[in-house]
Design a protein. Structure first.
Length: 396
């Protein structure tokens, strides 16, 4: 989701009032239906430049809505409402703290879409694409990525180095009925490369109304089998209930929203899911990362709609982390193993035209380790970020 900027005029008195109204950071519901099998701890953040260093006349690095790990210290991020893919290096500490970023390169894609997430192409699918192109006498890509976009909507395979579009992964017809600007927002591939996961940001009209103040939304989390492999044993569609928009102190006119904006696949049907809510007030954004066990969830693929009326079918989830950072977190990916066990998890904050820095936020996923509370410095940074954001937030 891209938020265009509002009127930029404001006075210091307004910011002081905003700081006084800033609510305390949100916390996960202690009555979560599952017992955590893992703990997610925030491990710091890193700003990245507005443009590729040394190319100040080049395209801006903005609107990052999805991120994926390519191996070693290499990552790819997709920019929404554009035809641009960003390749970069991110150095992590032994604890998963993002310490430095570099080797930025922008790859123009062959078509412009509202791209929302990115994932590494499964090996079996990449080979299928390569064989088809060999048969046609076309160039074979050295590296392949998947991207999802919500305007067509579609999951597309792309050449990571050249930006060529290589084909489309079929999606269920019901996902094509998405609400405007609330379509395919999430994309992930299981570690074994056998399953592609995707979901719309908010419910399709047949399943549930859009999120609103005091009301969440139920989306379909879809598992797509990679052609040529064995059919997975778990459900192919899962009903996922997104929490209602967070509580906020109103500053602007407009309605709040909430949705599922990213997933990261852990394997064996386990997913990390990133929920994001936005509001015309303080705090402007709240993000929540939950653990979802899909293997034991009900398969709702045979239902043509009405998921909101079937709470008995909603997948159980447990909240691992929740915070109001003043950041519009939109992308999430599983990163490399960490020293001492566990995995790095990285999230990317979309500045969304708000004039705030694009940031990479690091997490450490371990089991079992106690969660780490936000430091006073992080709380102060959140307050400052919220003050800068709030008067530039467009009503959803």
């Amino acid at each position: 989701m891209h938020c265009p900027p509002r009127d930029r005029s404001w006075r210091p008195a307004c910011l002081l009032a905003a700081a006084l109204l800033l609510p305390r950071p949100a916390v996960c519901d202690e009555q979560a239906p599952l017992r955590p099998a893992a703990v997610l701890s925030q491990a710091g953040s890193l700003m990245i430049p507005d443009r590729v260093p040394g190319d100040e006349s080049g395209p801006a690095i903005t609107g990052l809505s999805g991120i994926t790990w390519l191996g070693d210290d290499r990552y790819a991020a997709i920019m929404d409402n554009s035809n641009l893919l960003l390749l970069l290096r991110i150095e992590l500490s032994a604890a998963g703290v993002p310490e430095a970023a570099g080797d930025f390169r922008i790859v123009p894609l062959a078509e412009r879409h509202d791209y929302e997430d990115v994932a590494v192409c499964p090996p079996r699918l990449a080979e299928r694409i390569a064989e088809r192109r060999r048969t046609r006498g076309e160039s074979v890509p050295e590296r392949c990525l998947l991207v999802c976009e919500e305007d067509t909507p579609a999951i597309r395979a792309i050449d990571l180095d050249r930006g060529d579009l290589l084909g489309i992964v079929p999606i269920p017809k019901l996902l094509q009925t998405r609400r405007t600007n609330r379509g395919l927002e999430s994309l992930a591939v299981d570690p074994d490369g056998e399953t592609i996961w995707t979901a719309t940001e908010e419910a399709v009209p047949a399943d549930d109304p859009a999120a609103a103040d005091g009301r969440g939304t139920v989306v379909r989390l879809v598992a797509i089998d990679v052609p040529g492999g064995e059919a997975r044993a778990g459900p192919s569609q899962v009903a996922y209930r997104v929490e209602p928009p967070h509580r906020f102190a109103r500053v602007l006119a407009g309605d709040p929203l909430a949705g599922l904006v990213a997933v990261a696949a852990l394997g064996d049907g386990r997913l990390l899911a990133l929920e994001r809510s936005a509001a015309p007030g303080l705090p402007p954004f709240t993000s929540r990362i939950v653990l979802l066990e899909t293997a034991t969830a009900s398969d709702v693929s045979s239902l043509p709609g009405g998921l909101a009326d079937r709470p008995d079918l909603h997948a159980a989830k447990v909240c691992l982390w929740e915070e109001s950072l003043g950041l519009n977190l939109e992308g999430l990916c599983l990163g490399p193993p960490l020293a001492g066990g566990g995995r790095a998890v990285l999230a990317v904050a979309d500045n969304g035209g708000l004039g705030t820095p694009t940031q990479i936020v690091g997490f450490a996923l371990r089991e079992p380790v106690h969660a780490v509370d936000a430091t006073p410095a992080a709380a102060a940074a959140a307050a400052i970020g919220s003050m800068l954001l709030v008067l530039r937030l467009t009503s959803p």
